[in-house]
Design a protein around this ligand. Structure first.
Ligand SMILES: Nc1ncnc2c1ncn2[C@@H]1O[C@H](COP(=O)(O)OP(=O)(O)OP(=O)(O)O)[C@@H](O)[C@H]1O
Ligand SMILES: [Mg+2]
Length: 685
């Protein structure tokens, strides 16, 4: 159990009785401390279901679950390993009733919220609605109610937004729905205002562990405090130099507050980096150097000097992508790391993935885009999720509207409008309104017949989903349902290009397979023992779906090159990393006064956060790192001269060694040639 931990890590793992904070630089084994501590707590006799470990993403949670599983076996499954938001869902499903929330409440996604806000504010303009959404979300995550926001409003614009917020909140309550901010705010209210509920959860939580603590926001910190109570049995791990979510309300104050709020806090520092070579680590330390030091840290590695960090000057986006692909092919041909999964291309903004996707496809290299448009954002998946959400919560009006019209079933816009007006008048959800006796005063009898057919179908599906348990039954159910609603036909009807329609249908099949798989009853091999996964009803599984943003659990084993935003790369590592688009204006992102209308102090803060982002990027690399920048870059439709980022200069690279290796191109060509030669010849029939 103590294998693979240094003395400081062991100290952190063995501090069980009170609060502790592990404060250390990138790659020093903070996350490793958390997984080992889960094992240690179980070994020390704490029941696994009394341990909660909070991670930053669903993907990180899945990975931690797997690691913990390797250390302690099946028991690890009972540990609650999830994000703050998923923890919020858990609290609300179990105890939300005291706040008037039914256990089957719905979680709205960004699109639902935009359309709801359009409605509340009487606009059809999505940008206006999104601006409201941004402001309301900021208010909510700062803990403000609509009423308080109204009082504090500084101008007409804010007053209008606050009024819309009031209407929006009313609708959420009426629809038995919550947004992402509510998933933290409501549990906070629950634990804050209801002592018996608080008592229950504090009793239950034997130990709470938090990874990436530097990126928690104020309300998450409050939630943590309420959850652990006086006994304060928790372990937080973090790195102030990796705080990159300031723009989303994360605050380093949480790090500063911890020793004040918990005087008995044990602070442990880790200094050895186990991830990167000295060359990479030096570049990282140089870049973060100019930032003010909140908590001074030293970080060293004994993995040796390693390959020098390379700088690539690219002519433009296409050239940069070609160069990245050539580098990957060359390294793969010449290093012990031959797997595609050993490579990552990291960039500042989502839209930058495009050129790399195209180049990788051309070279027939498998890849995945993480942190970009997720599977669940695809229209076809959102259609199906709307249906499933409606089964879980009939009062989910946005889901009602989407499923009643996708695929088309003769329920027209006018009918829906009449139904909506009627529902608002009688304070009913659309689904409730549908079965109201007095509906005939508002809607034609022919339309009512169609509406009733739809309503009965939903009721019937719900009943069957509740009684469908295990993956085989779930699969049969889902396939039949798709047939009943004619979804495949709908895809082909609404898409002129057959290939695209087929691709979308294949996404649907992936989705169905995945949902069914979660219903359990499959035989899996666990440490040499065949065990059956826990069986769940389809309805139960569907309840959790709105929260899962990617098919991450399935992606893990794929042997593919990763394309990722820097933000989404946090906590991860790859043998070979290429940081691209390292230009002034991209990374750092617009921090020059000429380029921005923000005041100077805000820009200075921004620059610090951009510097931390660059630090995060560099420290993802284990063995080799290349940094590329664009001599010309696209800005809108134009091509403008690009400027090399100050961060590249600050990395302090030895100019003689940074130039690109001329042999790289040759090796890449050779590798490509070999690959082509080895590829199966097309069959001639
Ligand atoms: N004591 C150790 N012995 C050997 N390898 C270790 C040790 N501690 C950590 N590692 C390895 O070092 C790498 C980095 O560890 P980990 O991801 O836990 O660091 P971290 O501090 O969480 O990094 P980040 O700040 O990027 O989240 C991992 O591959 C991990 O397995
Ligand atoms: Mg980590």
């Amino acid at each position: 159990m103590s294998a693979g931990l240094n003395i400081a890590q062991l100290e952190a793992v063995n501090h069980l009785g009170g609060p502790s904070l592990v404060l250390a630089g990138a790659g020093s084994g903070k996350t490793r401390v958390i997984t080992h501590k889960i094992a240690r707590l179980i070994q020390a006799g704490l029941a696994a279901d009394r341990i909660a470990a909070i991670t930053f993403t669903n993907k990180a949670a899945a990975e931690m679950r797997e690691r913990a599983g390797q250390l302690v076996g099946r028991e690890a499954r009972k540990v609650l390993i999830c994000t703050f938001h998923a923890l919020g869902v858990r609290l609300l499903r179990e105890d939300g009733q005291v706040l008037g929330l039914k256990p089957q409440f719905s979680i709205l996604d960004t699109d639902d919220i935009t359309s709801l806000l359009k409605d509340c504010g009487g606009t059809t303009d999505a940008n206006t609605a999104r601006a409201w959404q941004w402001t309301i979300s900021a208010w909510k995550s700062a803990g403000l109610t609509a009423e308080q926001a109204q009082k504090q409003a500084r101008d007409e614009n804010e007053r209008v937004t606050a009024a819309i917020m009031a209407r929006y909140e009313e609708r959420l309550t009426a629809y038995q729905s919550v947004d992402f901010d509510d998933l933290i705010r409501l549990p906070l209210k629950l634990l804050g205002d209801y002592p018996e509920v608080r008592e229950k959860w504090q009793q239950k939580m034997g130990h709470v562990l938090v990874d990436e603590y530097q990126d928690t926001n104020a309300t998450q910190y409050d939630l943590l405090k309420l959850l652990v109570g006086e006994r304060a049995r928790f372990t937080a791990v973090g790195d102030d130099d990796q705080s990159i979510y300031g723009w989303r309300g994360a605050t380093l104050d949480n790090l500063k507050k911890l020793p004040v709020d918990f005087p008995q806090l044990k602070v442990i520092k880790l200094e050895q980096n186990y991830r990167s070579t000295s060359a990479i680590l030096r570049a990282a330390n140089n870049v973060i150097g100019p930032n003010p030091k909140l908590f001074p840290k030293t970080l060293w590695s004994d993995l040796g000097e390693g390959e020098p960090v390379r700088v690539v000057d690219a002519d433009n986006e296409e050239h940069e992508a070609e160069r990245a692909v050539a580098r990957i092919q060359s390294l793969r041909a010449n290093s012990p790391h031959k797997e595609w999964r050993d490579f990552a291309i990291l960039y500042r903004a989502n839209h930058m993935a495009r050129a790399f996707e195209q180049a990788l496809r051309r070279a027939q290299i498998p890849y995945k885009v993480s942190g970009g448009q997720s599977f669940f954002d695809k229209a076809e998946i959102r259609d199906l999720c709307a249906w499933l959400r409606l089964l879980v919560n009939n009062n989910d009006d946005p889901a009602f509207l989407r499923s009643a019209t996708t695929p088309k079933r003769g329920i027209g816009h006018t009918t829906l409008q009449q139904l909506g007006t009627f529902a608002t008048q009688y304070k009913l959800s659309l689904f409730e309104a549908l079965f109201s006796h007095s509906l005939s005063s508002a809607v034609s009898s022919r339309a009512i017949t169609t509406l009733h057919e739809f309503g009965r179908m939903v009721n019937d599906l719900e009943y069957r989903a509740r009684h469908t348990v295990g993956h085989e039954a779930a699969l049969a159910f889902l396939l039949q349902w798709l047939k009943d609603i004619g979804y495949e036909q709908h895809l082909y009807d609404s898409e002129d290009n057959e290939k695209i329609a087929a691709a979308r249908w294949s996404n649907v099949m992936d989705f169905v397979d995945w949902v069914a798989g979660r219903c359990g009853g499959r035989i899996e091999n666990e440490g040499g023992v065949q065990v059956e996964t826990e069986r769940k009803s389809l309805l139960e599984v569907v309840q959790t779906i709105a929260l899962i943003s990617t098919l991450s659990e399935r992606e893990q084993d794929q042997n593919v090159v990763t394309l990722s935003t820097l933000h989404a790369s946090k906590g991860l590592e790859w043998p070979h990393v290429i940081l691209v688009g390292v230009n002034e204006g991209l990374l750092p992102f617009k921090v020059d006064e000429a380029d921005s209308d923000l005041p100077a102090p805000v820009l200075a803060d921004r620059l610090q956060e951009e510097r931390r982002l660059m630090y995060v990027g560099i420290t993802r690399a284990q063995r080799t790192l290349a940094v590329s920048w664009l001599k010309r870059r696209k800005k809108g439709r134009e091509s403008v001269p690009g400027q090399r980022s100050r961060f590249i200069d600050e990395m302090g690279l030895d100019q003689a060694t940074v130039r690109e290796d001329p042999r790289e191109k040759l090796r890449a060509l050779r590798a490509e040639f070999a690959q082509r030669a080895a590829a199966p010849k097309p069959e001639v029939t």
